[in-house]
Structure formats: structure tokens, C-alpha cells
Design a protein around this ligand. Structure first.
Ligand code: LLP
Length: 438
């Protein structure tokens, strides 16, 4: 058994060495009970990650440190309930996420509404739902919010999304902090100052501070220090130029997680403590009061709390070329290899004691050659029809990016706690899939 592949403490192997356990549960038994493909989520791990962020932010910034969950990483009712129970704020990006959070009874005053293109309908809906803060991407949106807030007879709180011009050293599709990004207003071009002036001139909004997010799956802690340096300087510059004192500074999400054992483990607590010490001294050096500081992690809250189980179907061996192991899911439940070439660890749930001597591409069931979960996976050569495979670290951006391509139903999400396993999202039925067809 290759222990190094057990990426997170919630993974272990049964005493006879055969079965993969997740959050203490026998993964083969869960596959049998709920069917596959199946998303599992370890509720205690989610709560533990939330508490780590909250404690770190409190220890680093006192009452001025706030943690928000970026719910795009995994969005369904039960998760918003957990966020509510844990006293976490949330970041939402669409009317759909707002609606789901409302259904969970989430206190919307603690929500931040992002997105680079909010429609008027979104803005009306968010205001009606009492969203605490809009994170405004551009001037057009600012005018729309001001107009709709006036119609509604209220003053809407907001932050401005600023592009600090930082390269987060992650893959291009999820880098967002560079000047040419589709998100936010760049400091370098003068647009960040311009939008601040505009915001300060409008009557039906209240500018509370700034937001930035430089990218996702970031391992380099220097990235946050550089981002904080640029943003604090901008806060100081705006205070000097416009007399505007930012109350809030949100540095976004992005801490990386391990999909394969070669990736480093990040000590979130330590990182945030360092960031706190740096920001306090930098604010002092600049002669400004440190605004309250938020982080909005998504992936690092839920990623390794998740795991996907599949049943193997066809195993195709093309002599001297390649082996294919087909599973009953694919790009419909995990689009990340197709989109980003993302790496994954895949383990044979019931054959953890066998030598992994067959190299294979683990592929899905969609009619598309790009429907690959991972290439060059080492599996026991005995793996065949009916065996269960587990893809690790699938709690973030899997269920939330799932599709019905080929009219394949979305997999259910089953939560695991020390006392019980329960369905948080049920499996889509054939009826569900065609429910909107007139
Ligand atoms: N805040 C903002 C404004 C964001 O855009 C994001 C992620 C986050 C926070 C959370 O970042 P995290 O802590 O999860 O890295 N679908 C891609 C990831 C896209 C990330 C989009 N924004 C993936 O599967 O890797």
C-alpha cells in the first residue's frame, strides 16, 4: 500500500489492508448503499477547515479579521446551513447561489455578491434578499446598483473589486489578478482610482472598501504578501488623494490544496498569521489604520472533504498502446481534467492491498474523447467490471461544475459525520433531467 497517496488525514485503509476508508467509512459499502457515481463529503473536515480560518483570522487581526466561504466551490443548501451554524460569511456569484443560501436560512447581511456581470435582475433580486455587500466589478454596474437602490429607497453597501496586477503563478484559466483580467478595475491604468471617485459621488451606495482576488490554487504565500502590499498602498493613496478611508479590505481566496502527493501541504494558520503580522506593520509604515481584513476561501474549505466513487465498467487494453478503464461518471461530474489538465489521485477502493501494476487512462462514459478523469493512473491489473474507484480531493468545483451532458443525471452528494451518513443532494432522476422540456 502506498501511504503517500492518502493525501488527507480523513483517508485510511481497513485493518485487513483491502478497503479505502473515508472519514472512517468503508467506501465500498457506501458505493453499494447509495450507488455510483457518488460524491462523498466529510462534514467534520469542512467544519475543521472553517474553524482553522476563523481562528487564524481572529488571532491575526482580532475583531477585524473575517472569513467568508466562496460558495462557488460547492453550492447546495446543506453547505449554506453549515456556514450559518459556523458563523461564516459567504461569497455568492449569482441569483442561484443567493436563492440557495436563502433556502438554507442564511443571514444574507453576511453575504458578498460578486460577479463581473450582474444583470439588473440579479441586482434587484440581491437587494430584495438583503445581500450585505455588493462587490462591484466596473462603473456600469456601480450606476446600475445606485439606480436600483434609489428605486428601492435604500443605500447599498459595497466594495470595489480592484486588480492589483499580481501574477499568482497558477494556471491561466484561474488567474484573475493581472492587469488584463476580465475582473475588476486596475490600479495601474488609473481605473481603480476613477471608480473610487465615481463611487464616492453616488448617493444611493456606500463605499465600504476594496476587494481583490488574484487567483486560485495558489501555493506561493508570497503572493498574498505582495497582494497585501499593493492593496494597502492603494488604500493609503486613496485616503490621501480623495480622503476616503477604507473600512474593509477583502483579499479574496485562492489557497491551494493537494490533488496529488507531490503538491505541498499549506499551513493555513501559519500563513494567515504571517500575513497579519506583515499587514499590521505595513499599515503602520504607511500611516493608515488597518481596515478590517477578509479572506474568502472556497477550495481549501471543501476540496479534501470530498471524494468521488465510481464503478468500473469496460477495461480496454490496446496492446502496445494504452489501457482504458471506463467508469460510470466522467466529465459530467468532473470537468477539471478536460478544462485544466488538472492532476488527480485515483485509488482502487476495494483493492488497496494489491500491487498497482497496470497503467491506464481512467475515462468517463460521455461521447467525447476528451472525457478523461486522469491519464497514467497506476491500478491493479485485476481491476475490472464492478470494482469501485475513488478519485480524491473532489469537494471543490466538482458538484458545482457538474453538467447534464449526454443527459446523464448529476450524482448525489452524501455527507458523512461520525454518527451518520445522509443525503444532502439526491441523485437526479431521468424525470429530473427532462423536467424543463415543454
Ligand atoms: N473569491 C473570488 C472573487 C473568486 O473568484 C474565487 C474563485 C474565490 C474567492 C475562491 O477561490 P478558491 O479559494 O476556491 O481558490 N473552477 C476552477 C476554480 C475557479 C475559481 C474561481 N474563483 C477550478 O476548478 O479549479
Amino acid at each position: 500500500m502506498e501511504n503517500r497517496d492518502l493525501l488527507c488525514e480523513n483517508l485510511s485503509v481497513s485493518s485487513d489492508g483491502k478497503t479505502l476508508l473515508f472519514a472512517g467509512y468503508d467506501t465500498n459499502a457506501l458505493a453499494k448503499k447509495y450507488g455510483t457515481p457518488l460524491y462523498l463529503m466529510d462534514e467534520m473536515r469542512i467544519r475543521e477547515r472553517i474553524r482553522t480560518y476563523k481562528k487564524a483570522l481572529f488571532d491575526a487581526f482580532g475583531d477585524k479579521g473575517h472569513a467568508l466561504y466562496a460558495s462557488k466551490a460547492a453550492s447546495f443548501k446543506r453547505l449554506y446551513e453549515i456556514m450559518r451554524e459556523e458563523g461564516m460569511g459567504i461569497d455568492v456569484v449569482s441569483s442561484g447561489e443567493i436563492y440557495t443560501a436563502m433556502k438554507a436560512g442564511f443571514p444574507m447581511a453576511h453575504s458578498y455578491f460578486h460577479s463581473n456581470n450582474k444583470t439588473d435582475e440579479d441586482i434587484y433580486y440581491a437587494i430584495e434578499c438583503g445581500v450585505g455587500y455588493f462587490v462591484v466589478d466596473n462603473a456600469e454596474e456601480l450606476f446600475a446598483i445606485d439606480r436600483i437602490a434609489e428605486e428601492k429607497g435604500l443605500v447599498q453597501n459595497l466594495l470595489l473589486r480592484i486588480t492589483p496586477g499580481i501574477d499568482p503563478h497558477t494556471y491561466a484559466a484561474i488567474a484573475t489578478g493581472k492587469v488584463d483580467s476580465k475582473f475588476g478595475s486596475a490600479i495601474e491604468t488609473g481605473q481603480a482610482e476613477e471608480i473610487t471617485r465615481t463611487a464616492l459621488s453616488l448617493k444611493n451606495i456606500k463605499l465600504c472598501g476594496y476587494h481583490c482576488h488574484v487567483g486560485s490554487q495558489v501555493f506561493d504565500s508570497d503572493v498574498y504578501i505582495s497582494t497585501a502590499t499593493v492593496m494597502l498602498k492603494f488604500v493609503a493613496d486613496m485616503q490621501e488623494a480623495l480622503g476616503f478611508k477604507a473600512e474593509q479590505l477583502d483579499l479574496g481566496g485562492g489557497y491551494g490544496v493537494r490533488y496529488i502527493c507531490e503538491q505541498p501541504k499549506i499551513d493555513i494558520y501559519e500563513n494567515i498569521m504571517q500575513l497579519g503580522a506583515f499587514m499590521k506593520s505595513e499599515a503602520k509604515r504607511l500611516g493608515i489604520e488597518l481596515p478590517s481584513v477578509s479572506l474568502e476561501p472556497g477550495r481549501s474549505i471543501v476540496a479534501d472533504a470530498g471524494l468521488t466513487l465510481y464503478t468500473v465498467g469496460t477495461v480496454k487494453r490496446i496492446p502496445e498502446y494504452k489501457n482504458y478503464v471506463s467508469v460510470d461518471g466522467g466529465m459530467t461530474d468532473n470537468i477539471r481534467f478536460a478544462l485544466y489538465g488538472a492532476p488527480y489521485t485515483i485509488l482502487p477502493s476495494g483493492k488497496m492491498d494489491e500491487k498497482r501494476d497496470m497503467k491506464a487512462s481512467v475515462v468517463g462514459r460521455c461521447c467525447e474523447s476528451g472525457d478523461i478523469i486522469q491519464e497514467n493512473v497506476m491500478l491493479p491489473s485485476s481491476v475490472g467490471r464492478g470494482d469501485i474507484l475513488a478519485t480524491l480531493t473532489t469537494g471543490a468545483y466538482h458538484y458545482s461544475m457538474a453538467s447534464n451532458y449526454n443527459r446523464i443525471g448529476k450524482a448525489p452528494v452524501v455527507m458523512l459525520t461520525p454518527d451518520k451518513d445522509y443525503v444532502a443532494v439526491r441523485r437526479q432522476t431521468l424525470e429530473d433531467i427532462s423536467a424543463q422540456d415543454e
